[in-house]
Design a protein around this ligand. Structure first.
Ligand code: UDP
Length: 369
């Protein structure tokens, strides 16, 4: 399992991909799969073997434009490829590394194990890599939603073996838990970045009068204090936050808490009226959605990306194409049955469901290779 050089597995707080690796590995091992993890040295996930690529996560590098991390990612990938070549006990590489991972892993030869590469991101970010992708007969891909696969460049879709929705340990036994008491607040949980649409959320909160809490990092800054220490920043998310979001963060109607770590994160979401997803991009997998449902909180959002696959409109949340309808839908969400959200999560988004599905894909890939 190749988790990349950016954050430990599991991550401390924010970390979508690393969270998913941490969620997938335990049930895979229960199903009898031996897992060698390629990650950073501060990863604490229990695995059969840990191959470390850096002593600690390189999160700051992730925040720089892709061309600037070029020096970092391939170095890591070459290490993984060398490790795969040197040992005879690896049947398949499950790769979670953005963009550069594909190009390098495709270089594996006919005697090397095949690769299943999970697409976690917006595929249009790297047309130079994905547009001309050639798996070399060794690399197959899966999406984290059907929507993501359907919009992938043709060259990539030709190598797709399907999609697997994201999962969370919170979904396990969710149907037996009592939903938390609800407060008045609405939450947007995630990186503060244009694609997640916090600017729309904060505008609606003021205009229509609902309490909104933003949780998540702004670029590499995990707290208001950390961001305040940096008077100007060339980080695009910091610029976005300062220009489009911060003017609405007044500490009462709209608050920004910085990164909120579990379990406080889950209490915050569980006690929210709704989680809001005012997306500006086609959300590929939406961990925050399956987490919200697992703790009994409906999700209200724009009908983009994976959201229609994850949310049962009218039962576990509401979706619309019209952003001005979102405030009414937040009101309507308060009347939904939280138990339905939790039952849905317990049926569809548990680690066990995800691991069983990946095992199927591993078998498919091994058969094709
Ligand atoms: N997250 C968190 N604390 C925060 C903001 C986000 O723990 O303050 C977690 C969130 O709960 C989710 C992950 O970071 O597990 C983000 O993954 P997601 O797929 O929602 O978004 P991505 O950033 O990968 O696009």
């Amino acid at each position: 399992m190749n988790a990349g050089p950016w954050l430990p597995v599991p991550p401390d707080g924010y970390g979508g991909i690393e969270n998913i690796v941490a969620t997938l590995v335990p049930p895979l091992r229960e199903l009898g799969v031996e897992v060698v993890l390629a990650s950073v040295g501060d990863s604490t996930l229990e695995v059969d073997d840990l191959v470390t690529v850096f002593p600690e996560g390189q999160f700051r590098q992730l925040q720089r434009p892709y061309n600037q991390v070029n020096g970092v990612v391939p170095a890591h990938q070459h290490l993984v490829v060398r490790e795969v070549r040197e040992r005879s006990d690896i049947d398949l590489v499950h790769d979670h590394v953005e963009a550069a991972g594909l190009a390098t892993l495709a270089a594996l030869g006919p005697d090397d194990p095949p690769v299943l590469h999970t697409l976690h991101w917006d595929l249009h970010k790297h047309p130079e890599l994905y547009g001309t992708f050639d798996g070399g007969g060794r690399v197959w891909v899966n999406g984290v939603s059907a929507d993501q696969v359907s919009r992938a460049p043709e060259a990539l879709r030709a190598h797709a073996v399907g999609h697997v929705h994201l999962a969370t340990p919170l979904a396990e036994g969710a149907e037996r838990r009592r939903p938390a008491d609800k407060g008045d607040h609405v939450v947007i949980m995630g990186r503060i970045t244009p694609g997640k649409g916090q600017d729309l959320g904060v505008r609606l909160a003021h205009q229509y009068g609902f309490d909104l809490i933003l949780a998540g990092p702004v670029g590499p800054y995990h707290s208001p204090e950390a961001l305040a220490e940096v008077p100007t920043s060339d980080n695009p998310d910091a610029v976005y936050f300062r220009e489009k979001v911060a003017p609405y963060v007044d500490g009462s109607r709209v608050r920004w808490l910085g990164t909120v770590r579990a379990p406080a994160r889950d209490d915050l979401v569980a006690s929210a009226r709704a989680v809001l997803a005012p997306l500006r991009w086609s959300e590929p997998g939406g961990t925050f959605v399956v987490e919200a449902l697992s703790v009994g909180t409906p999700v209200v959002g724009l009908s983009l990306g994976c959201l229609p696959e994850l949310i049962d409109h009218g039962r576990t949340g509401f979706l619309t194409d019209n952003e001005e309808e979102l405030p009414d839908l937040i009101e309507a969400a308060a009347k939904l049955d939280c138990g339905e959200c939790m039952r849905e999560a317990a049926t569809r988004f548990t680690p066990g469901v995800m691991a069983a599905r990946y095992l199927e894909l591993y078998r498919q890939v091994l058969a094709r290779a």
